[in-house]
Design a protein around this ligand. Structure first.
Ligand code: ATP
Ligand code: MN
Length: 480
């Protein structure tokens, strides 16, 4: 067996000293031919390994370079130097993998996030990305923990689908047809998918919701957590072409139950990260503070990262209707002075991210749940309100990000649902399986979708969504 080692995180937090152990990891720095800072990814803190003078020959010393992988065996002792409680005095050092210092792109200095994105295969080995991806892991674990404790069933919805949940475009096609123009065509000139792999036109999923609803009509409460794909040409700091989404769907629930669950859920996973990733969050908080120093005073956040997360878990989210939001926006001085790119002048328009952020960051200064949107700007499956104009939708807006959750109570009344589908030109025959839930034992139900990367962004304080997923996919980019 090769792996008899102790994780650096365990060693650094244990209080005992004077015992033999083995560590393995990657060299961050090597000073004075004597002090190796080694990191194994279990924490951002390095273990200092002390090499006695004369212990290693020159050729081995030369191989201890930034990026090299080493195995060190020795004794853990109370550290003589500052900055760490314990260190390891090496009895033996073995080089597991060399790293040519001239060629290794990560030098022990500050690199820009843009540069690190180009070397995303190596950026895990930096403090910033070490912290981000350990937090991302914890949040994913907390999500399963939350729903599992509540008795939800984790449902795996298909990634290749024939349906489009929103009834809109923006999907990636899945086909084995050749791309050289020889794919079979129908009389009208369109591609005939009858002979394609699935015998029909298929896409990568944009949402697991419709399938989720089917299962909620059997298990009562389900959630999905998987990748979704959108071919939207959005070059923003909060859109990816491939992102992960969590979509709970609950039978016997209305819009208020939905909001309550979403709020409890968000607070739970943030609290989990605060309780379990303190060091990483402190590091990221520091990083953000440094970054914000580069910005003009008025663009800086009023709260530090940890303060903001504490604030979110300890305060109720603001809940207002779309109509109330429009009133606030219409009357605000920002709008009157025409400082929005899109001026708010009438009820019915879709809110842009600048409006969402104004409500959250300037007006309420806390997360906001917006409800009851005009039906024209929302999906066909949302439950129609009695006013004939709005639907029982809810979006949750977070400071610094904008929308993190989109959800609704679903239209469970067959007639109302098909009537809305007809109005929106959504073919009912193709969604006959979906309509079956309304034919056989329908009940009030609701659900929402949380963009995983958006909550990771929120918790880590990272400004660009491309930095919170290991290998981001976005327009003109799919490296690694
Ligand atoms: P937006 O207006 O921000 O584009 P949306 O209205 O298209 O969002 P929904 O279709 O409601 O979003 O999807 C549910 C959630 O998925 C959103 O609240 C958001 O958190 C996340 N999300 C949507 N599109 C993306 C994307 N391209 N990249 C990352 N996350 C996304
Ligand atoms: Mn979108």
């Amino acid at each position: 067996m090769f792996n008899k080692r102790t994780r650096i995180k365990e060693l650094l937090k244990s209080n005992s000293v004077d015992f033999e152990t083995t560590v393995m990891g990657w060299v961050r720095t090597f000073r004075n031919n004597q002090f190796i800072a080694v990191n194994d990814g279990s924490t951002n803190n390095n273990l200092q390994i002390v090499v006695a003078l004369g212990m290693l020959d020159d050729s081995t010393l030369k191989r201890i370079t930034t990026g090299a992988c080493i195995k060190a065996t020795g004794k853990i002792i109370a550290s003589l130097g500052k900055g760490q409680k314990v260190e390891l005095t090496a009895d033996s050092i073995e080089i597991l993998g060399d790293s040519d210092a001239e060629k290794f792109p990560l030098q022990p200095k500050k690199h820009s996030l843009e540069f690190l994105r180009e070397i995303a295969h190596l950026r895990f080995r930096t403090n910033t990305f070490g912290a981000i991806f350990r937090v991302r892991h914890s949040l994913a674990f907390a999500i399963h923990d939350f729903f599992n404790k509540k008795g939800f069933v984790y449902l795996h919805t298909p990634i290749i689908t024939a349906s489009d949940a929103e009834g809109a475009g923006e999907m990636f096609k899945v086909t084995t047809f050749p791309l050289d123009g020889t794919a079979p065509k129908s009389d009208d000139g369109s591609i005939n998918f009858k002979d394609d792999f699935f015998g029909r036109s298929t896409n990568l999923t944009v949402s697991g919701q419709l399938e989720g609803e089917l299962a909620a009509m059997a298990f009562s409460d389900i959630y999905t957590f998987g990748p979704t794909f959108r071919a939207e040409n959005s070059n923003t700091t909060r859109h990816l072409a491939e992102f992960w989404m969590i979509e709970p769907e609950m039978a016997f629930s209305d819009l208020e139950d939905n909001m309550n669950l979403a709020e409890e859920f968000i607070k739970h996973i943030i609290k989990y990260a605060l309780d379990n990733n303190r060091e990483d969050l402190e590091f990221l908080s520091q990083r953000l503070e440094e970054e914000e120093k580069q910005k003009p005073q008025i663009e800086r956040s009023e709260m530090g990262l940890l303060e903001k997360l504490d604030f979110v878990i300890n305060n109720d989210f603001e809940r207002i209707t779309y109509t109330e939001a429009i009133e606030i926006l219409k009357e605000c001085s920002h709008n009157k002075k025409k400082k929005f790119q899109y001026i708010i002048d009438k009820w019915g328009i879709d809110l842009q991210s600048e409006h969402e952020r104004y409500l959250v960051e300037k007006h309420f200064k806390k997360p906001v749940i917006l409800t009851n949107y005009p039906k024209e700007i929302k999906a066909f499956y949302m439950r129609q309100n009695d006013d004939g104009k709005t639907v029982a939708a809810m979006d949750i807006l977070a400071p610094g990000i904008g929308e993190i959750v989109g959800g609704s109570q679903r239209e469970e009344r067959l007639e109302k649902l098909t009537q809305r589908m007809n109005e929106m030109h959504i073919p009912t025959e193709e969604l006959d399986w979906y309509l079956d839930t309304r034919r056989f034992g329908a009940c009030p139900h609701a659900g929402f979708g949380l963009g995983f990367e958006r909550i990771v962004q929120f918790v880590t304080g990272m400004g660009n969504i491309r930095d919170v997923i290991p290998f981001p996919r976005y327009p003109k980019s799919a490296s690694f």
